[in-house]
Design a protein around this ligand. Structure first.
Ligand code: ASP
Length: 307
């Protein structure tokens, strides 16, 4: 059965746990997976700039023994000639066994999945969602905090356009005993559809603030984000908001000793490099965990497609 992952809620909580268990097993026994995707091809279709996500998918496929077909430059692809996402998905299905796609338009991955004949993984659709970043985030939290129960999670920065935040809130809200602190300027607040679907309808406690300093001592997880320059219509607004929050050692001094600091990267100014030396900084581990979770997801979707 062919299955795609467009939104994190396409995976049940039990499936998320199983993916994390597979990732743990890959970390412990990488050699056992080195031939798992022999003869299979992953196509990476990236219509928007990306370094880590595309390379993470590609590294994941190589480490599973598979091959990669990569489209990185939308300007030199047939999209530039006016081909629709639906047609591109049909065509690439003839070449590859699975597709990872990033696109600047919200909903593009769903269109691709509805037209492809192989599984499609959404590697980010505009300001909407980014489920495989959430897989990386979940494994980071489970490994570093031992689970999700009882956590106070601070999300800081561009909560409006930050697709990684939307997917993470969605995923964590399914774990029940969790609280959110939403830290952003007024203009970059979490969209009401995310608040409604993931928080209000499930009765998940949350509060909103503009002041990071004020809430530092309460947090178990602090998820910093970049202000999403490419989604702004107006450069002036971006310039005014881009340095709203800068995490530095002085702010870290007020935090819990077992806080973990996460960031989906790329970092611009939101975290001072001096914080990198702090053992609570987890953002580079998060990158590595992302590769293992993508390996686990590729294995699962190819396995299901074959059955
Ligand atoms: N890499 C993440 C994304 O693609 C975060 C970011 O770009 O700020 O959404």
């Amino acid at each position: 059965m062919r299955r795609s992952v467009i939104d994190i809620s396409d995976l049940s909580p039990a499936e998320l746990e199983a993916l994390m268990d597979t990732a743990e097993d890959i970390i412990a026994h990488p050699a056992a997976y080195a031939e798992s995707c022999r003869g299979k091809k992953l196509a990476t279709l990236f219509f928007e700039p990306s370094t880590r996500t595309r390379m993470s998918f590609e590294a994941a496929m190589y480490e599973l023994g598979g091959n990669v077909l990569s489209m990185t430059d939308a300007a030199s692809s047939s999209a530039a000639k006016g081909e629709s996402v639906a047609d591109t998905a049909r065509v690439i299905s003839c070449y590859a066994d699975i597709i990872a796609m990033r696109h600047p338009k919200e909903g593009a991955a769903l269109v691709a999945a509805n037209n492809a004949t192989v599984p499609v993984i959404n590697a980010g659709d505009g300001g909407h969602c980014h489920p495989t970043q959430t897989l990386a985030d979940l494994l980071t939290i489970r490994r570093e905090k031992g689970g999700f129960s009882g956590l106070t999670v601070g999300l800081c920065g561009d909560l409006k356009f930050g697709r990684t935040v939307h997917s993470l809130v969605n995923a964590l809200s399914r774990y029940g005993d969790i609280r959110f602190v939403l830290i952003s300027p007024e203009e970059l607040k979490l969209p009401s559809y995310v608040k409604e679907d993931a928080l209000k309808s499930k009765g998940i406690p949350y509060r909103q603030t503009e002041r990071l300093e004020e809430v530092m001592p309460d947090l178990d997880v602090l998820y910093m984000t970049r202000v999403q320059k490419e989604r702004f219509f107006n450069e002036e607004d971006y310039l005014r908001l881009k340095d709203s929050y800068i995490l530095d050692p002085a702010k870290m001094a007020a935090a819990k000793e077992d806080l973990i600091v996460m960031h989906p990267l790329p970092r611009v100014n939101e975290i001072s490099v001096a914080v990198d030396r702090d053992p609570r900084a987890c953002y580079f581990k998060q990158v590595l965990y992302g590769k293992y979770m993508r390996m686990a997801l590729i294995l699962k979707l190819l396995g299901e497609a074959a059955s």
